[in-house]
Design a protein around this ligand. Structure first.
Ligand code: CAA
Length: 283
């Protein structure tokens, strides 16, 4: 099947990046948010990022204007009815995702692909909310989407080969390289990232090393662009905790058990960069 029109549900950090990259790569994009305020915030994020791209010489004025013209925004889920692929990037909440997928199943074209950008929830469970589990898969992007060259594809038990092939072609058209994982919490990248980030928090909590030395050690010792505590702030401490809890729930392995410091920081509203405070102060 050919993908021309992309629907994106949610225009937070990930949804806006997915919408931006899709529009920049020539797809018509409809972004659905829950209310006009959220639409406005999403537009600000997407258009702001594209303006920065233009100012930094990453895009010509013509390419910028064409990408802007390919984007439309809505609060009506029905506006996604003629999309060839719909990517859900809403909050990591299974009940909400099931509701969204049941809606999409009702209104999307019969051959439309329904994808979730979840980083840890079960594709099989999300697919079970639809009557077309063969058309459902995980398409997991990385933040910032326009910069990170990877997409992780997650195959549910019932995802068809045709769906996987069409989604892979879509990823290539977005200029990304792809890897494939079976439907297990954390897939490939987070399965390795989460215990690493949790261990960084544990050694901070135990007083083994300071925040700055942990981050500098990894940045310089392993040539990572960010140390694990900076990266945790970047991902969002609430998101990190959510993924850790989902992985612990499934595997019951202490490697995925959140350290008390992380849980308390999240409870206190320290969610990292997006709230201005995490392991670092961004205010
Ligand atoms: N949109 C578009 N371009 C962006 C951007 C954005 N949001 N943010 C940065 N860039 C571009 C900049 O324009 C710049 O491009 P040039 O070098 O061509 O000028 C380039 O990226 C580097 O940006 P900066 O110079 O501003 O800053 P930096 O060198 O510190 O890089 C970074 C920033 C790209 C975020 C880098 O620090 C990095 O790669 N960090 C690691 C990010 C990472 O690991 N992401 C994955 C998180 S895990 C996840 O997302 C999945 C999950 O489920 C948890």
């Amino acid at each position: 099947m050919t993908i021309n029109k992309v629907g994106v549900i949610g225009s937070g950090l990930m949804g806006s990046g997915i919408a931006e990259q899709s529009a920049r790569c020539g797809f018509d994009v409809v972004v659905r948010e829950i209310n006009p305020e959220a639409v406005e915030a999403g537009q600000k994020r997407i258009f702001g990022s594209m303006t920065r791209g233009l100012e930094r010489g990453k895009m010509t004025q013509e390419a910028h204007d064409e990408a802007v013209a390919r984007l439309s925004f809505t609060t009506e889920v029905e506006a996604l009815a003629d999309c060839d692929i719909i990517i859900e990037a809403a909050t990591e909440n299974m009940a909400l995702k099931k509701e969204i997928f049941a809606d999409l199943d009702r209104l999307a074209k019969a051959d439309a692909i329904l994808a979730t950008n979840t980083s840890s929830l079960s594709i099989a469970e999300i697919a079970a909310a639809t009557s077309r589990p063969d058309k459902v898969l995980g398409i997991h992007f990385f933040n910032p989407v326009p910069v990170m060259p990877l997409i992780e594809y997650v195959r549910g038990l019932l995802t068809s080969d045709e769906t996987m092939a069409a989604a892979r072609q879509f990823g290539a058209d977005l200029g990304k390289q792809t890897v494939e994982s079976q439907d297990r919490p954390g897939f490939i990248v987070n399965r390795l990232l989460i215990p690493y980030a949790l261990d960084a928090i544990r050694i901070l909590e135990e007083g083994v090393a300071t925040r700055d030395d942990i981050d500098l050690g990894i940045k310089l010792g392993l040539a990572h662009p960010m140390g694990p505590l900076t990266l945790s702030d970047f991902v969002g401490l609430d998101t990190l905790l959510f993924i850790a809890d989902a992985m612990y729930d499934e595997f019951k392995d202490p490697r995925y058990a959140a350290p008390p410091l992380l849980r308390r920081m999240v409870t206190a509203g320290y969610h990292g960069r997006k709230t201005g405070k995490g392991f670092y102060d961004y205010s």
